[in-house]
Design a protein around this ligand. Structure first.
Ligand SMILES: CC(C)(COP(=O)(O)OP(=O)(O)OC[C@H]1O[C@@H](n2cnc3c(N)ncnc32)[C@H](O)[C@@H]1OP(=O)(O)O)[C@@H](O)C(=O)NCCC(=O)NCCS
Length: 364
């Protein structure tokens, strides 16, 4: 087994990853990874080691991921099993760059990342607490050390000019220090949920020229154009640079629709708003299934020229109506706290803030 601080050959890592506004990160492309050289891979007293994740197999990581599945279920009403299985497949394929926290031969924490062109995306951070977990060192201390390794590796990777991270399962501030120390900017994000039994279904008053209909594969390209236009000069384009270009928005869509990293895309509860006159898209809402009875809005946006006419409300109403008919219990979403109009809209519709978490961005 190679320690993280031992020099090692550059490893070519190819991860077909997954994404959304708070779960696994976007599709990664081939990249050379140089592992970091922090001199703290072994804790002097606890025997804790920080090791290259790619030395482990799915059998080593499975118990830890089973614990992580329970944490996501409790905190976020999110069935993380599909994502966990995907991570385990990548482990066996030796695809996943990252670090493991190991004590007495057992993995009790890990963090991984993926590459997307000139960007690194930190995909996950999880350290088990309690009896079989971070008993010799506190949980936050181990998280901090894993993050320091991941951040240094990414910052030292040739060609990487940007790093993004969203730690959905961590309270805001809980894991922020290594990011702030390395000059990352920080954005507060809200995880909001709407209990569907309590959701009011008021008839949306839309202009007659607007039609709401179900999302289809034919809406793929036009949806990418709407996303790019909707997020121009928007705070979320600072957090996720995919929104800045058409090709980036297509990658975003591809990750949401075709891969299971942010739940399973649910076309039945995904809709578009169409201008009848021009037959063009004015807005879109995409929804995934993150538990058998929980929907999660992975995207909602309306073109600037169509805003403040109730389209956002009508798109959400269409999704809520569909999920209620199918006996879903909850609809959740994530939103940047500074995106005041969107936050107000969600609150007005009955969404409640369940967690505040951090998004981090570094540009080198
Ligand atoms: C967020 C977004 C989808 C809303 O779309 P929209 O079509 O403008 O939404 P609606 O017209 O249905 O409603 C928006 C309104 O709901 C509002 N609202 C808040 N509280 C309200 C209340 N108590 N009563 C009525 N409306 C309320 C919003 O503040 C906003 O008011 P305004 O139109 O008077 O400025 C749109 O602004 C957008 O695409 N933004 C860029 C992308 C984005 O931020 N997406 C969300 C990411 S989480």
């Amino acid at each position: 087994m190679t320690r993280a601080d031992e020099p090692r050959a550059r490893t070519k890592s190819r991860v077909s990853g997954i994404p959304c506004s708070g779960s696994l990160p976007p599709l990664a492309h081939s990249h050379y990874t140089q592992f970091c050289s922090l001199p703290i891979a072994q804790h002097p007293r606890s025997g804790l080691e920080i090791l290259d994740l790619r030395h482990f197999t799915s059998a080593d990581l499975r118990p830890l991921l089973e614990d992580e599945v329970k944490v996501w279920a409790n905190l976020l009403c999110w069935d993380y099993t599909g994502s966990a299985e995907m991570i385990l497949r990548y482990m066996d394929a030796k695809f996943l760059p990252g670090y493991a926290a190991v004590s007495r031969g057992k993995v009790f924490g890990y963090s991984f990342f993926v590459y997307e062109n000139n960007k690194g995306v930190i995909g996950d951070l999880f350290v088990r607490d309690g009896e079989n977990g971070a008993q010799d060192a506190n949980q936050q201390g181990v998280e901090r050390r894993l993050l320091m390794h991941v951040i240094e590796t990414l910052q030292q990777s040739p060609g990487i000019h940007r790093i993004e991270a969203q730690l959905l399962a961590h309270e805001a501030g809980a894991a922020s220090q290594p990011f702030l120390d390395q000059g990352f900017s920080r954005h507060a994000r809200l995880f909001m949920a709407l209990p569907l039994s309590a959701a009011q279904e008021s008839a949306a008053s839309l202009a007659p020229e607007i039609e709401i209909r179900r999302w289809t594969e034919a809406d793929y390209q036009p949806s990418a154009s709407v996303i790019t236009a909707a997020y121009r000069d928007h705070v979320d384009s600072e957090i996720n640079d995919q929104y800045r270009t058409l090709s980036g928005s297509l990658r975003f869509l591809n990750n949401i629709v075709r891969f299971p990293g942010c739940g399973t895309f649910d076309p039945e509860s995904s809709f578009v708003a169409i201008s009848r006159r021009s037959q063009t898209l004015a807005g879109v809402i995409l929804c995934s299934r993150v538990r058998h009875d929980v929907g999660h809005v992975t995207q909602i946006c309306v073109l600037p020229e169509y805003r403040s006419h109730g389209l956002g409300k009508a798109l959400l109403a269409a999704t809520v109506h569909n999920l209620k008919q199918r006996k879903f219990s909850t609809l959740s979403l994530t939103v940047t706290e500074d995106n005041v109009r969107a936050v107000e809209l969600y609150k007005h519709l009955g969404f409640e803030t369940r967690r505040v978490f951090d998004a981090f961005v570094w540009e080198g």
